[in-house]
Every structure is written in structure tokens, then in C-alpha cells.
Design a protein around this ligand. Structure first.
Ligand code: 5AD
Ligand code: SF4
Length: 468
């Protein structure tokens, strides 16, 4: 199949560029050229950055978090809300002085924002010290871009969105050692009317199941305990592919791999999330008891205007099925407040859904118009201040729910993955199979290990004691 040829040949070609780039970089910068990758936005971007970091290492760079010492600076950007874009422009601006001090350094901008023609044009015009801008579907060509620039080529603007290939065999430099990301599909076909993602990430494409399983195996073998499968809409995994593996089947296959690890996934779309998937979560012991199911609005009228293609009622039916079937389930969601044309009555329906479901936590956003999306052309008479008041009301309601529900964990014993250091001296933090964070006495030697913790009390955080 053509896909296979693309998968296997492209990175090989890029390895050649990487080797050449490495030789040029040493000549230009001395023995230890350094690269800094600054990532904005979602987990998909974090995952993409891990792959680009792998390519940078392959191209002879050592990674650094200190932008001021870097010879190659890469901004991996997010376009989902205006605020994210403003932050990126601010960050790019700071490299002007660095470039002034050392004109040899290379500044690059990639990711969702870079994919937008208007952004690329603005950078071309107003940020002459940016050396390269490249889009979401050509990231695997990073070694080639570096080589071309290092060998004296002009500024690079590469935005092609051909919706075809998923490059495999790309080197990966993961940020974590026991929690990691595993992309299963790219792109989105849903065209929710507020969302820029389908325009900047292109059409849905799924990775071959064998490739995903191979990567999962590698992660497990190198000590990963918590693997999150990523896609804009994981429920459409495999759609239209000849292999016939859907997302539930993929979960089952990863669940069947040997090893002590946990599988998470995001994001699910309510219109495609099936009871079969919920049964799979229940039946697969390594799949965590967490469902992130964004509902965006509780009003059917607004859901229609958002082109979400489900109703409040069908959403609630799914949620209730999940609650009835998955013990200790953590439910989380995304909500947009102040979509164009939303009234206070519509907002109250969102509020009542939040109160009815009692989510573990919420990701809440005030609507941000994105140029080129249908919603950006809709009338939007409610002021930002008014939307801000609704937003605060929603946050208060969720805080009350969280406060009320947190104590239900007391007395329960959970299997917890120890994943960080608490603020409290001598204590560690960990998460259960859902999203509940628990603190317990321990030290660095526990990091990345599973322990059983009995929750004893709540005092700003849940505290427990390790039972084995
Ligand atoms: N304005 C505000 N929030 C948005 N999201 C997506 N597009 C917009 C927008 N234009 C939110 C949705 C989505 C999450 C990732 O970001 O809630 O689920
Ligand atoms: Fe955006 Fe909707 Fe696709 Fe999610 S499903 S990425 S909100 S268009």
C-alpha cells in the first residue's frame, strides 16, 4: 500500500538530512549545539514536540530548557483560542534580542498556529528574524529544514496540508520516564463551528494498529506505567481503514500486552462514544476508569449551532450508562461559555447539566472567535464582561460540587501511581485509576511505582497511608 512506502521511506531520507545537519551545526556552533523547544497547547502538541526533540537530537543538538543558550529555538504553537496566539507572538518577540546578540541562531515556529496562512504571512512580514515556519503535517521534515537553513538557504515557509502521510519510525525523545503520550490518530473531520482544529490539523488519519502496539510495547519495556492514547476524536479511530480495528478493539489489544501499566485516552466525542466502548473500559483491567467526554454546552439549541450532532438527552444517557457500569469512574469534560447567540437561559442549561452529572473536574473556556470558522461569522451580542460573570458562576458551581464529593474517597483504598512530590515535606503525590490525586508519606524512590493507598482524610488535599 502507498501508506507503507511513505511510512518507511520518509524518515530514512530525513536521517540523511539529520546527519548532514549535525555536521554543519558543529561547524557553525562548535562542539555542543543546543536546541530549545517551547510547547504551547494540548497533549497532541506535547507529543509532537517529543518527536521533534527526537529529530533534533538526531540532528546533533543537545536539548536545553534555557532559551538564551539555544542555537535552535522552536516554538510549537496552539491556535485553539486567541489568548494562546497572543502568548506565542509575545514569545517569538523575545527572540529578537537573542538573534541580535547571535545572528547565527535559528528561530522556528511550527504547530497549529503556524499552519494558518494569515499567521505565516504576518511572521514573514513582521518577524524577519524568524527563520522557518512549518505546518502540522510536515513536522517530520524538521532535519531537512535545519539542513537547508544551515547550508545557507533562505527562510523556509512550508505549510502544505496534503492529509496523506503519517510518518513512522520517527525518533522520539520523551519528556517523562513513566507517564507518556501515544498518538493513535491525527486530524479531525467534525467541524464543530467554533473550532479551528480541522483547518489546521487536516482530515482524520489513523495509525496502523501494529505501529501503535509496537510503540506501546516499547514504552512498557522502557518502564512507562501510564500511557495516554491521543487523538482529537479517538472514537473515530480506524474509520474507513481496511484493517477493521476500531478504538474499542485497539484498547483490548493494548490491554492484552504483558506488563504492569495503565492506559488512558483522550479525547472522546459524545456522538461517536458507544456503550461498547464503555463496556470495554469496564472489562479491560489496564484501562483507567476515566472518561473525558466534552459536552461543550447543555443547551440543545446551542449544540445544534455548534454542529455537535448529539443532544443533551443522548449525552446524559451515555454518562449514566458509564456511571452505572464503571466503578469509581472519574468523569471530566470541556465546556465553552458564551458561544455566539447563547443566552443566559442556554447557559443555565449548561449549569444544570454540570450539577446533574457532578464531574470530577472541568476544563472551561470562554468562547474565542477563530477567523475562518462558521461561528466567527455568527452574531455575538453578549459582552465579554457578561460572559465572564457566567463563567464565574460555572466555576463556583463546580467548586461546590468538587468540595462536596471529595470526601467520598475517605476510607477507600486505591491503586495509585506515585507521580510527583507534594508541597508537604516528606510526602509524595499519586493518582488513582481515575483522576483523583492523593498524597502519602514517601520519597523519590517511589516515583513511577504503583502503591496501594488508603485515603484517611481531606485537608486541602486527600491524604492517605500506603498499605503495602
Ligand atoms: N473558543 C473557546 N474554546 C474552544 N475550544 C475549542 N475551540 C474553542 C474556541 N474557539 C475548546 C473546546 C475543546 C477544547 C480543547 O477547547 O472546549 O473541547
Ligand atoms: Fe474541534 Fe470538534 Fe474536532 Fe474537537 S471534535 S477538535 S472541538 S472540531
Amino acid at each position: 500500500m502507498p501508506q507503507m512506502i511513505k511510512n518507511d521511506t520518509l524518515p530514512a531520507e530525513q536521517s540523511v538530512y539529520a546527519a548532514r545537519a549535525a555536521a554543519l551545526a558543529v561547524r557553525k556552533y562548535g562542539e555542543n549545539p543546543k536546541a530549545c523547544v517551547v510547547t504551547f497547547g494540548c497533549q497532541q502538541n506535547v507529543s509532537d514536540s517529543e518527536r521533534m526533540k527526537g529529530m533534533l537530537v538526531q540532528s546533533g543538538y543537545t536539548l536545553t530548557d534555557d532559551i538564551s543558550e539555544a542555537h535552535f529555538i522552536l516554538f510549537n504553537t496552539c491556535a485553539v483560542r486567541e489568548h494562546a496566539e497572543d502568548r506565542v507572538y509575545g514569545n517569538i518577540g523575545t527572540t529578537k534580542a537573542l538573534k541580535h546578540a547571535n545572528p547565527e541562531i535559528i528561530v522556528a515556529v511550527c504547530g497549529c498556529m503556524a499552519q494558518r496562512q494569515s499567521v505565516a504571512d504576518r511572521i514573514k512580514r513582521s518577524y524577519p528574524y524568524v527563520d522557518m515556519v512549518f505546518g502540522t503535517q510536515v513536522q517530520h521534515r524538521l532535519p531537512e529544514f535545519i539542513y537547508k537553513r544551515l547550508s545557507g538557504g533562505g527562510r523556509i515557509f512550508e505549510l502544505s496540508l496534503d492529509n496523506g502521510e503519517i510518518p513512522e519510525n520517527v525518533p522520539i525523545k520523551r519528556d517523562g520516564t513513566f507517564k507518556g503520550w501515544l498518538p493513535v490518530m491525527y486530524g479531525c473531520d467534525n467541524f464543530c463551528t467554533y473550532c479551528i482544529v480541522p483547518y489546521v490539523r487536516g482530515r482524520e488519519r489513523s495509525r496502523e494498529p501494529e505501529r501503535i502496539i509496537e510503540e506501546a510495547r516499547e514504552m512498557i519495556a522502557s518502564g512507562f506505567k501510564d500511557i495516554t492514547l491521543l487523538g482529537q476524536n479517538v472514537n473515530s479511530y480506524g474509520k474507513g481503514e481496511p484493517h477493521g480495528v476500531d478504538f474499542a478493539e485497539l484498547l483490548k489489544r493494548i490491554n492484552a500486552l504483558d506488563g504492569d501499566f495503565r492506559i488512558r485516552f483522550m479525547t472522546s466525542h459524545p456522538k461517536d462514544c458507544t456503550k461498547r466502548l464503555i463496556d470495554t473500559i469496564r472489562d479491560c483491567e489496564k484501562v483507567s476508569s476515566h472518561l473525558h467526554l466534552p459536552f461543550q454546552s447543555g443547551s440543545d439549541r446551542i449544540l445544534k449551532r455548534m454542529n455537535r450532532r448529539y443532544t443533551r438527552e443522548s449525552y446524559l444517557e451515555l454518562i449514566n450508562y458509564a456511571k452505572d457500569n464503571i466503578p469509581d469512574l472519574s468523569l471530566t469534560s470541556d465546556i465553552i461559555v458564551g458561544f455566539p447567540g447563547e443566552t443566559y437561559e442556554d447557559f443555565c442549561e449548561t449549569l444544570s447539566l454540570v450539577k446533574e452529572v457532578e464531574f470530577s473536574s472541568l476544563f472551561t473556556f470562554i468562547y474565542s472567535p477563530r477567523e475562518g470558522t462558521p461561528a466567527a461569522a455568527m452574531e455575538d451580542p453578549i459582552t465579554r464582561e457578561e460572559k465572564g460573570r457566567w463563567f464565574s458562576e460555572l466555576l463556583r458551581a463546580q467548586e461546590d460540587i468538587a468540595k462536596k464529593n471529595i470526601t467520598k474517597h475517605i476510607g477507600k483504598t486505591y491503586r495509585v501511581l506515585c507521580d510527583g512530590f507534594s508541597q508537604r515535606e516528606g510526602f509524595m503525590t499519586g493518582h488513582n485509576s481515575g483522576t483523583t490525586e492523593i498524597e502519602f508519606r514517601g520519597g523519590a524512590e517511589m516515583l513511577g511505582k504503583f502503591v496501594n493507598v488508603c485515603v484517611k482524610e481531606y485537608d486541602g488535599a486527600l491524604y492517605g497511608t500506603v498499605t503495602e
